[in-house]
Design a protein around this ligand. Sequence first.
Ligand SMILES: [Zn+2]
Length: 566
Amino acid sequence: MHDLVIRNGMIVDGTGAPAFAGDISIDGGRIVGVGGKAGSAHREIDAPGMLVTPGWVDIHTHYDGQVAWDPYLSPSSWHGVTTLVMGNCGVGFAPVRPGQEDFLISIMDGVEDIPTETLKAGIKFEWESFGEYLDALSRMKRVLDVGAHVPHCAVRTYVMGERGAANEPATADDIAQIATIVRDGVKAGALGVSTSRTLLHRTRDKAYVPGTFAAVDEMLGLGRALGEAGGGVFEMVTDVAGEDADLDWVARLSAETGCRISLAAVVNRRSGMRMHEIFEFIRRQNANGSRIFAQVAARPAASLMSLQSSLHPFSTHRTYRQLMAGLSLEERVARMRDPNVRAQILSDQPAVREEQTLAMVSQFEHHFPLGDPPDYEPTREMSILERAKCAGKTPQELTYDTLLERDGRGIIYMPLAFKDYSFEALRPVLTDSATILSLSDGGAHCGVICDAGMPTYLLTHWVRDRRRGARIPLEVAVKRQTRDTAELYGLRDRGVLAAGMKADLNLIDFDNLRLHSPEMVFDLPAGGRRFVQRVDGYKCTVVSGEVTYENGEPTGAMPGKIVRHS
Ligand SMILES: [Zn+2]
């Protein structure tokens, strides 16, 4: 008698092998049989016509705060994620000295747009060392497994105090202490170390985050400590310097220590980096013994602009700010429907000097109304600019009316890096051996981004729905976000449906898998807001053999563990 049997599913096992029909049997939280006909079980789930896949392993999230108060870690858990990795991009909450908590919060707020009041209300800081942080999290129940990096910002602040926060150079003694903390963190179970070298990442007070300009000896100190402690992933977001200055030491570090490098390269004018150059560099280095992977997302990062977002095309207008100060959404909507107010707001201009922000609020050729279901790969004709032309309106007028749709909950989608109005160039990148699927940013950018549903999107758009170009085979897509991501982190007990593996899996009604439009909710501690995205079609999610979600509803099972480096 098995604990659980899933009958007659279409099994996509995560290895990339062709899908096949059959049963899956589970005992004691492990898979014991895949394919064929399984014996009887205490619980049997009939799954004819359903996909059965490994649970998604999402390696780029920022749930470092939310993990302390939310056992569901939504929206990721709604989307079939059964293991997530946090502590990316150098930001996180351990180690921490008493008195430094607020500074770490200001980094998280500034970099990841998670409200300070929420983090203050939600995190108890019952730890000082990284190991104590993992222990504190281990004492809590949750629906899925969580792993973490040791975040460089926190380590530098811990060791160097004000000097670290102010980005002063680390001394040899500082670097030795930083290395000790990284080694201890990995021994306690960290899956790697992470760091930020991008000028985009600032604290709430607009200061560059600790470590942004760290010299190569400090970076090598971090990486070598990781290697000495048994290895793991060295995760880095970067745009600071050109290819040679920033990446040569990365290749050396990987070849020397055996550590895997996971690179989130911010491609922009400042860095002079071009994506294809980075890939060529990675291929060259990996042929010589490095193990470097470029993080890529199933769609480019995008801002969601609405009357509830951090930013929208009128939010910087002086008139808008004056007229709307202190008003609730309902009050703003009522006022915006007044033709005089409309005329006043539309006659004003954005009051921003910062080039990037100005572009974000005024590039109407790259603004798109986002419907339900959302279309994330729209044509040029669907842009606010083109639609306004057809409708005989100005783009500002159409924007205004779009924001007022659905009682002021209309959303304007602004993908970054969408110059040619197509994801065609992204398609080969998503399956390239130099890349790793990443960047859902679950838990972060609460007021302007909602990409935690990216694993679902890979299936709905890239495997099933895309009409504007080639799609990605189902088996490949599944492998990319199960075995490949698990393997990067050395998580060899998951990511594949095979006997002996951890029983983490999804049962998916693929024909009816559907993303809803993102929506703003105010359910974070202290009433903080965040975008979430709901989904239909996940029939069941199973973690360690226990059904955690059924037809989109949590069952109450909390089998999630802190995943520790072994
Ligand atoms: Zn990140």
